[in-house]
Design a protein around this ligand. Sequence first.
Ligand SMILES: Nc1nc2c(ncn2[C@@H]2O[C@H](COP(=O)(O)OP(=O)(O)OP(=O)(O)O)[C@@H](O)[C@H]2O)c(=O)[nH]1
Ligand SMILES: [Mg+2]
Length: 303
Amino acid sequence: MLFMSEKSFRCGYVALIGRPNAGKSTLLNYLVGEKIAAVSDKPQTTRHKIKGIVTIPNEGQIIFVDTPGIHKPGYLLNRRMMTAVMDAILSVDLLVLIRDASVTTGNGDRFVLQLVKDSGKKAILALNKVDKLKNKATLLPLIEFYSKEYNFEEIIPISARKGFQVDILLKEIIRRLPEGEPIFAEDELTDQPLRILVAEIVREKILESTRDELPYVTAVITERFDESDEKVTKIYCTILVEKDSQKRIIIGENGKKIKEIGTKARLEIERLLGKHVYLELFVKVYENWRNLEYKLDEIGIGG
Ligand SMILES: Nc1nc2c(ncn2[C@@H]2O[C@H](COP(=O)(O)OP(=O)(O)OP(=O)(O)O)[C@@H](O)[C@H]2O)c(=O)[nH]1
Ligand SMILES: [Mg+2]
């Protein structure tokens, strides 16, 4: 027909994989245009597979799967996280390997590369954080190294934080997806239930306000999500830690820390819901939750 575009619509699944802290979730949020994944400067921020959906009218729909950073699994929690990565790698149409270009190549990078090789999948390499590079020429040895190691479809320097060349990445992704009708509605951005989004916002604020070991021993569960009051949504979250000492850190002197976490989280949840929110946080010590099947199930970290 005369008025129809000749280009066909493309739709497919794309996994964002890479080492912890490479910037996968930052890229996902940038692409989706909303904060749907927690971001922090601490490794192992992402614990679930998170789908972020980008629809470009008349061109295509990309269903991104954000994954936990690839690391050695110690606890059951980490084994489940790595299972999520493997699942994602095997089930998608295309891989986007995110590499922090501002750090030197380590064993972790070789391990991630090996996973890509083993999968034999079509992959694009995104060299991230180029805004941090004083001298862009440092990219050249990286590009050379990676192009010798695998037949990447493209190697694209980007900045997920600034959005530099992210449009190019998007275009190169869409070109490589199979032809097909969209799977999700145009206005859908994620498959994550609100309860999980809320818990992730709270966890992100904890990561922001605390140091060192806390990120690994903390989990957040949304216990109750009460929308019966039209004016204000009431949300009750439990913060799990493993020891009393950790509980004290999160609560802080005279409850100062937990108040700060609660306020920051509430403001962001209000933005997300477009409504007033009453947020209550409980801190609970639960020894060894990272190794307990039923706790991980409850938190929603699938096996
Ligand atoms: N300067 C700069 N910082 C970035 C860029 N992309 C991400 N970051 C920062 O890098 C840190 C890690 O980002 P995340 O998006 O949480 O990384 P991730 O790969 O999802 O990490 P995990 O979930 O732990 O695997 C955060 O502090 C980000 O703000 C970038 O392009 N430039
Ligand atoms: Mg992440």
